[in-house]
Design a protein around this ligand. Structure first.
Ligand SMILES: *Cc1c(COP(=O)(O)O)cnc(C)c1O
Length: 814
């Protein structure tokens, strides 16, 4: 893009305060972290309930960013850059995106509905990318900020756009329509998601349909309740499984793990195979099929492409590799844009300096091969990739464009040479189109432990973080507790993500946990809740900040500070206001003040206390008394010492139940990991961890035969038993045995029969269609950790932190 700043001023009707209005802009940004010497970038300073990007302007000017759209000009940057002052930076950002969109006139597909938007978008991209140069919204960028951001990614070379739009309440869709201006609409379905924001279903349907006010065609499932809301002037292209008057009539039948779609369209009948059976995936695939028919694809091509569709969760997984490598598995697509997304993801995984990419041919139309691979090469160089392993006929021809590269014309050649290649202490991005079957490379590079894994959804972590942030006052700081390996979810990876989100503090229980994070390169301040006095030297050496909770501990820490020749060392004073676990009590305060007054070796960075019953409204009076005592004692310390430390008392449930007691900071724990003690709040959180395993063996036993130790299960009839390689040594309680608990096999409940063993358990799969090697779920979306905790008469915290370290953690983003 190149747009003169003068034009932008008039598009936004902005008030210009600056010197140089003849400049041109070549890119737009709203993320202060990604900018570096971008003198032709226009930065929109967005504000939200918890952040105000105006505070980054000074930092950006220092990095030579010169143009800003702002609500106001902060005092400290007056006259230092060029400003476009507007009423509302978000609205201006949207207005600018709408203007930008109107400069292009290729077809744009707009997708909305309650579920399936992202998957339909990703699948369409996969199905159409051999023939089009597609711009699509990354990840699930579908909101008031995400949509304009995606639109601004449109370039000259594109000839098809796919964008999703998500809304949570009325009046939002009209804005998104103006930005996306779709020419083709797809309505996936209307479910119950986000019902809160609408008075009834009718209102929700009408609101969603606003995306399609100007489309040439609307693709949807023919449905009476929806049809009556659609403007009759809009041309519809419909499908149905029960109404023969729809444009395409589809019946289905299931074979093995696949579904056959029997289609009747324009008097022709044909079959399309898709590799899924669940209702949601079938419906999503049908919407893709409809679009391909509308585009005039022949059934044979549709069939050959659709049978290669892949489940969404297969994208971008981080896995532990051989020889201390980290593998980023993206072996399901290969187009220029997804390469960019993958390289960006690689950049954020800073475990290893050295980076290798294993890359297949790129499928992309529009550019000549020469041009395409030049661009790929530039992208790879700018991401500082040390080594390129190219696999494929076409990419091999352009090997010379890459520095330090080696090429193979197909996968077999690579496999034959595998033993001669070295992989060690590096991050390896494996990126290939589905036909190249790079999953075989991933399986070679992946470290084999056992088949049980805890999958951690990093997007869900970000979502939950933002949910709790939205409850905070603008000035409240945020500490996140990552003790006990991030509640079992992974210490370093979670901390890295939190650093990216700029949280203010991390909290750990013991010094070792903090040292491990510092060694891995975490730079945000870390508070240690319970530092042993033997670790005080290490605490100072690693720049950790101790919580001090006794007079003896304080004296000892002051001594260590003296020994290590530090002064004003940050410490955190813990007050006991009723939990009776750790902390100074009211009668310690005079001595505490005395000690602190007479030293400049330490400095009180914060004062904190912990609540005993923040989750229970039954004990509300007790909580309020704790908060009041905390306020009183901390105020006393503040005035006696003439200091102004950060004060904090709330944990997750406290944030929800006592919003007026945020003081200067809160300490978020379990909520980040997707669990709320409140059932209503739970609905707003996303599931983070999914514990999965596989079926090792299946057998059928006869009436009267038994299963496992102690013969505690006796078959009353012919019974099919599956053995799963996970047991109490992995953290699965023996109390789940004897049909108290169940796991999910092929989305159906399989009761755990007999005793849970150390490394294995057995389930009844008599009525479930399953095979050896199939994946099973122990907890996740279902059964939930909360459900298990209830069954076991414990709390979710214990379930999460019990999963042993021998269970491999896999981190992924959608
Ligand atoms: C663990 C912990 C928290 C976080 O508690 P959650 O209930 O998980 O939010 C906060 N403060 C202290 C002192 C803790 O030990």
């Amino acid at each position: 893009m190149t747009i003169a700043i003068r034009n932008i001023i008039s598009i936004l009707k902005a008030n210009w305060v600056g010197k140089n209005d003849i400049a041109v802009i070549d890119s737009i940004s709203i993320d202060s972290r990604s900018l570096q010497n971008d003198s032709h970038t226009l930065f929109f300073a967005l504000t939200g309930p918890n952040h105000d990007a105006h505070v980054y302007i000074e930092e950006l000017i220092a990095k030579n960013v010169q143009h800003f759209v702002v609500n106001y000009i902060p005092e400290n940057v007056k006259d230092k850059a060029n400003f476009l002052v507007v009423e509302n930076t978000l609205e201006s950002f949207q207005k600018f995106a709408a203007y930008y969109r109107s400069q292009f006139d290729f077809p744009i597909i707009g997708i909305t509905g309650s579920n399936g938007k992202t998957i339909v978008k990703e699948w369409l991209n996969f199905l159409l990318s051999p023939d089009y140069n597609i711009i699509r919204s990354p990840k699930s960028y579908n909101s008031q900020v995400g949509v304009p951001l995606s639109i601004l990614g449109i370039k000259e070379k594109h000839n098809l756009g796919i964008f999703e739009a998500g809304i949570s309440t009325t009046n939002e869709m009209e804005k998104l329509q103006k930005i996306i201006q779709p020419t083709i609409g797809i309505l996936t379905n209307i479910g119950s998601a986000h019902d809160e924001g609408f008075s009834d279903v009718g209102e929700k349907i009408k609101e969603k349909l606003k995306l399609f006010t100007n489309v040439n065609v609307l693709i949807l499932n023919k449905h009476k309740t929806i049809s009556c809301f659609i403007n009759p002037k809009i041309k519809q292209f419909t499908w149905s499984s029960d109404d023969k008057s729809a444009d395409v009539f589809i019946s289905t039948s299931k074979i093995e793990s696949k579904t056959m779609l029997h289609c009747t369209y324009q008097e022709e009948t044909f079959d399309i195979e898709i590799p899924f059976q669940d209702q949601a995936s079938v419906e999503n695939a049908v919407h893709c099929l409809m679009l391909m028919l509308y585009f005039g694809y022949k059934p044979a091509i549709i069939h050959s492409r659709m049978k290669e569709l892949y489940p969404m969760e297969m994208r971008l997984k981080v896995k532990t590799g051989i020889n201390n490598c980290t593998i980023i598995d993206d072996s399901y697509s290969s187009d220029f844009q997804s390469l960019k997304i993958a390289l960006d993801f690689l950049e954020h995984q800073k475990q290893h300096k050295k980076k290798t990419i294993i890359l297949s041919d790129i499928f992309q139309s529009g550019l000549s091969e020469e041009e395409l691979y030049s661009q790929v090469s530039l992208l790879i160089i700018s991401n500082k990739i040390a080594r390129v392993i190219a696999i494929g006929e076409t990419i091999s021809k352009f090997k010379r464009k890459f520095i330090n590269s080696i090429s193979f014309s197909n996968l077999n050649e690579f496999m034959a040479a595998y033993d001669t290649l070295e992989f060690e202490n590096e991050t390896i991005l494996v990126k290939g189109a589905r036909d190249f079957h790079f999953e075989q490379i991933v399986s070679l590079l992946e470290q084999k432990t056992h088949e049980t894994v805890l999958e951690i959804n990093l997007n869900a972590v970000s979502h939950n973080l933002n949910f709790y942030k939205s409850k905070l006052n603008p000035k409240t700081k945020l500490m996140v507790m990552v003790k006990a390996f991030g509640y079992g979810n992974g210490g370093f990876e979670i901390a890295k993500l939190l650093e990216h989100h700029k949280v203010d503090y991390l909290g750990v229980a013991f010094s070792d946990e903090g040292i491990a994070l510092k060694n891995a390169g975490i730079t945000i301040p870390i508070m240690v809740l319970n530092p042993e006095s033997t670790s005080f030297e290490a605490i100072i050496h690693y720049n950790l900040e101790p919580e001090i909770y006794t007079i003896k501990g304080l004296k000892s820490f002051i001594k260590t500070a003296e020994l290590k020749k530090v002064s004003q060392y940050p410490i955190h004073i813990k007050l006991d206001t009723g939990m009776h676990r750790l902390g100074f009590q009211e009668n310690d305060i005079p001595e505490l003040i005395e000690l602190l007054r007479n030293t400049d070796l330490v400095k009180v960075k914060s004062i904190l206390s912990h609540m005993a019953t923040s989750d229970s409204l039954e004990h509300k009076d007790f909580s309020i008394a704790q908060i009041q005592l905390f306020d009183q004692l901390s105020t006393e310390l503040k005035s006696a010492l003439k200091i102004n430390p950060i004060r904090h008392i709330l944990n997750t449930s406290g944030i929800s139940n006592f919003p007026d007691a945020q003081f200067d900071m809160v300490r978020l724990g379990i909520g980040l990991y997707g669990i709320s003690n409140d059932d209503d709040e739970q609905k707003y959180l996303q599931n983070v961890g999914t514990l999965k395993s596989i079926i090792s063996q299946i057998r059928t036993i006869q009436e009267g035969e038994s299963v496992g130790y102690g013969r505690r299960f006796m078959a009353k009839k012919e019974t099919k038993i599956a053995t799963i390689p996970i047991g109490y040594a992995d953290g699965i309680s023996r109390q789940l045995g004897n049909e108290n608990g169940y796991i999910l096999v092929n989305n159906q409940k399989a009761p755990i029969v007999g005793s849970v063993c150390m490394d294995m358990l057995m389930v009844d799969v008599t009525n479930i269609d399953c095979k050896e090697g199939n994946t099973v779920t122990i907890f996740g979306e279902k059964p939930t950790v909360k459900e298990l905790a209830k069954l076991l008469n414990t709390i979710p915290y214990e379930i999460l932190t019990s999963i042993s370290q021998r269970v491999k953690r896999i981190f992924y983003r959608e």
